[in-house]
Design a protein around this ligand. Structure first.
Ligand code: UD1
Ligand code: CA
Length: 453
């Protein structure tokens, strides 16, 4: 195979998005539309050209890939003009694959067959057959041979009745494309340089033009507004869910599952409804995630239970642990084997040892908690003095009574006990009981205040 270039047309603003971002930076599954296209073409192409126009700086920063050849199209004079900005940089004997930055679900397999066809013939167009072809360029054939693409606005009634449409994606010899692009004019309904006009030119010169017809509508669907963006998001999510289920993941409802990153899982994992996975998440064997959890960048071991409505980010959770319901695990947290983090507990930048329990309504931040520690209900680790964060160590086997405040920096020794309701500010040695309590007073025969004067 000779060299393959990708030319991705991405100069459009995308006004119908009503956004401050250029259209190609809208996201599907947390990845920009343009990045979706680039992910598919990078492995196939030796050079990738992206034609940018609107908000170029923003687009380059978002993609942040030094291997991309950025080509500016200062004024948007049409798809032919856009392709022309990049084609001048290519070698004549290479094959150019033209793609659109706003057609994100194009697949590598289709692009490979398109390139193969282009290398056997002169031009390969990707087409599809639609019940409602309105808005698209129509593929015109004479004796079954493709002889032109006519834009909707330039088409006559007979041509408008044709249901085979141009997806815009094509592969063509670069030298050939250069000569045709030079000859384009703006003599059409939109006064633009149409890339599609090269098809009639090629047919006139008896070049062979073939089409690869795809039946996968989503793969050639363009995104113009938020509605189409949402529709493609659902398609993408459903496709991912199907793939995960084929690999053995149990999803209670594949229509109510979102993965906006990568998910790896062992055997017998179950995910209930409305779970959102972001970044890189790994699940061991036999791990379950209950309804309405949000999990981002987490490594979760075997047989872990994540109970309903929990939010986990940047955490490493060891086997047999139980998290939630309504727990929040924040970045840089490690939860040990068989540990239990219960409801309304927030853990931040902390290590919790094996078999330790923080069962109810607590905040634990910047802490190293040993194994078999029991932190009672409503315990607050006061890690912040208003300017700095401080570290706390709670050694193995310690017991922290409910409603206590542990004021950092501090160490609580092994098997120490903190009496309920204490405010602890000083080191507690191993095996000691510490408590700070105001003496209780009880006044007898107290007369209750009365509401009626
Ligand atoms: C184009 C095709 C049409 C096809 C349809 C498929 C032409 C003339 N028509 O029409 O046959 O059915 O796509 O969706 O090619 N762009 C630039 N610079 C420009 C103009 C466009 O970079 O000067 C980019 C846009 O950002 C977009 C893509 O090219 O990503 C397509 O442009 P658009 O104007 O949307 O093409 P259509 O009119 O839809
Ligand atoms: Ca147009």
């Amino acid at each position: 195979m000779n060299k393959i270039n990708a030319i991705v047309l991405a100069a459009g603003e995308g006004r119908r998005m009503h956004s401050t971002k250029p259209k190609v930076l809208q996201t599907l599954a947390d990845k920009t539309l343009l990045e979706h296209v680039l992910t598919q073409v990078r492995p196939l192409c030796s050079k990738v050209y992206v034609v940018y126009g609107f908000a170029g700086k923003q687009v380059k920063e978002a993609i942040n890939d030094s291997s991309i050849h950025w080509v500016e199209q200062a004024e948007q004079l049409g798809t032919g003009h856009a392709a022309g900005q990049a084609i001048v940089h290519t070698q004549d004997d290479s094959t150019s694959l033209i793609l659109y930055g706003d057609v994100p679900l194009i697949t590598q397999a289709t692009l490979i067959s398109l390139v193969k066809q282009a290398q056997k013939n002169d031009i390969a167009l990707l087409s599809t057959v639609l019940d409602k072809p309105t808005g698209y360029g129509r593929i015109i054939r004479k004796n079954k041979q493709i002889c032109a693409v006519v834009e909707e606005r330039d088409a006559n009634n007979k041509q408008r009745a044709i249901c085979e449409v141009n997806t815009g994606i094509m592969a063509i010899n670069s030298g050939l494309l250069k000569t045709f692009l030079k000859r384009l004019s703006t003599n059409n309904a939109q006064s633009e340089f149409y890339l599609t006009d090269i098809i009639a030119m090629a047919a006139d010169e008896s070049k062979t033009i073939v089409s690869v017809i795809t039946t996968n509508e989503a793969e050639v669907a363009g995104v113009n507004d938020k509605m189409q963006l949402a529709q493609l998001e659902r398609t993408l999510q459903h496709n991912q869910a199907k793939q995960f289920m084929q690999q053995g993941l149990s999803l209670k409802d594949p229509m109510r599952f979102d993965c906006r990153g990568s998910l790896n899982f062992g055997k017998d994992c179950e995910i209930d409804i409305n779970v959102v996975i972001e970044g890189e998440v790994t699940l061991g064997n036999g791990t379950t995630i209950a309804a309405n959890c949000s999990i981002k960048n987490a490594k979760i071991g075997n047989n872990v239970s994540i109970l309903a409505n929990s939010v986990i980010e940047g955490a490493d959770i060891s086997r047999g642990a139980s998290i939630g319901p309504f727990a929040r695990i924040r970045p840089d947290t490690r939860i040990g084997e068989n540990a239990k983090i219960g409801n309304f507990v927030e853990v931040k930048k902390s290590t919790i040892g094996a078999d330790s329990k923080i069962s109810h309504l607590s905040y634990v931040g910047d802490c190293t908690v040993g194994s078999a520690v029991n932190i009672g209900a409503g315990v607050i680790v006061c890690n912040y003095d208003g300017t700095k964060k401080h570290h706390t160590i709670i050694d193995d086997g310690a017991f922290i009574g409910s409603g206590s405040q542990i004021v950092a920096p501090l160490r609580i020794g092994k098997n120490a006990t903190i009496g309920a309701g204490s405010t602890i500010t000083k080191y507690v040695p191993d095996n000691h009981l510490s408590l700070t309590r105001v003496q209780q007073i009880s006044l007898k025969n107290r007369k209750k205040p009365s509401k009626n004067k």
